[in-house]
Design a binder for this molecule. Sequence first.
Ligand SMILES: NC(=O)c1ccc[n+]([C@@H]2O[C@H](COP(=O)([O-])OP(=O)(O)OC[C@H]3O[C@@H](n4cnc5c(N)ncnc54)[C@H](O)[C@@H]3O)[C@@H](O)[C@H]2O)c1
Length: 453
Amino acid sequence: METKNNYSRRRFLQTTGASLGASLMAVPFANVVKASPSRKRTALVGTGVRGVSMYGRNLLRDYSDYIELVGVCDINPGRLDYGVEFIGTNAPKFTDLEKMLADLRPEILIVTSRDDVHHEHIIKGLEYGCDVICEKPMTIDEEKAQAIIDADRKYDGKVIITFNYRYPPYRAKLKQMIMDGLIGDIEQVEFHWNISHSHLMRYMQRWHGERDFGGTLWVHKNTHHFDMINWYLDSDPVQVHAYGSLELFGANNDYRGNNCRDCRYTAKCPYHWDITQNEHLRKLYTDNEHHDGYIRDNCVFREEIDIHDRHAAVVKYANGAYLNYSLSAHSEYSGYWMALNGSKGRLEVRTHSYPERDYEELLFTPNRRYTNEPPRLVRVHHGVGGHWGGDPILTDQLFKNPDKPDPLGQQAGVRDGAMSILIGIAARKSIDAGQPVNIEGLTDLVPMAKRPK
Ligand SMILES: NC(=O)c1ccc[n+]([C@@H]2O[C@H](COP(=O)([O-])OP(=O)(O)OC[C@H]3O[C@@H](n4cnc5c(N)ncnc54)[C@H](O)[C@@H]3O)[C@@H](O)[C@H]2O)c1
């Protein structure tokens, strides 16, 4: 049988021997930074806030015994300079990813660049023999997703999509309860996420507000949510019917400025934000605008904004389950509510940011057909660290214990990365077409009632 590895190794040699092989052989080996054999030679592309903190500074602070940061890349030379200084590394800097890969030959490439270029970086990393760790979303449309799927089949390297939403302890507990059969077969899921107005405006101010860069929040943000549901259901989506609209931001206002920091409507605009008051963001972004024109504090009323701020969808799964989904940002409320209704009972979680607390509670309501047990609350404390304690658990698995057993299947690869964005992509298409859209046919992935391992 043709496994990924024997197929891709052979294909790698066949297809890259002439072009890529030649460039690899031409590598000036003097440029290759030597790492201690026990530490993985790791390179980073994308020195925005995410890259320089979670996969830069924190990586050096917490995982220096396991990885060596051998190179850092960004197309913006100013952001790269400050990013490297902030990370606290002497690793060489590159504005060209291919040159970094050819010169340094890292074992791992971490991708924290803008969503619409993830596919280029994943594929380039695989071509150069790396394992790739890529931030969500895997990419923003079905053609780019297919290119990644093809490359994943072709090359040996492993691709991991960092769905940190799978890692908070209370979400892992929920997964365990489902796997233990507590609620039986899940038939219906309710999932309603609210981001506050003040959070949404951060998306509207930058590239996330334009679908060509972030694929709309259906993809950029909701990939997290759809992935969680796919993971809990252990099934693939088959069809999506969605509604969406843009009602607060973009052209929906009678005034607009250029940069938020010094706009002439500052006094009356409820979204006024002076980015220059934040030294880190100023050094990372505003000081380097002249290199590439990337404005971090655009007007939330600029006419280029073409994403939605109100989202609702119904998703049908291959195992017969239905998902009722919404993402709203029309309030200052921040939190979500999720319920999984199964043949044996219901599991529910509600989170909110006010008041701050260090735990979540899962409400289990057994089905009377099975037991007379009363409903019960299961309290699970957050861990230490970002995203309800999930981020450090994810990075431990990535860098410290990559071979540790993964009984809950928390680590996600290309298929999971694809299935989660395909729901968002189908939702976008459904809104445009005014009818349901099938997942099958968007890529060559065939939805399955039970996801393959
Ligand atoms: N999992 C999470 O919770 C989470 C949180 C924040 C961000 N993210 C993801 O992390 C990624 C980065 O987010 P961010 O907020 O730091 O964005 P950002 O825009 O601040 O940073 C992206 C960087 O990529 C660089 N870049 C763009 N095109 C490039 C190219 N062709 N080659 C090299 N570099 C290029 C930009 O110059 C910029 O420095 C995004 O994909 C985002 O979705 C995930």
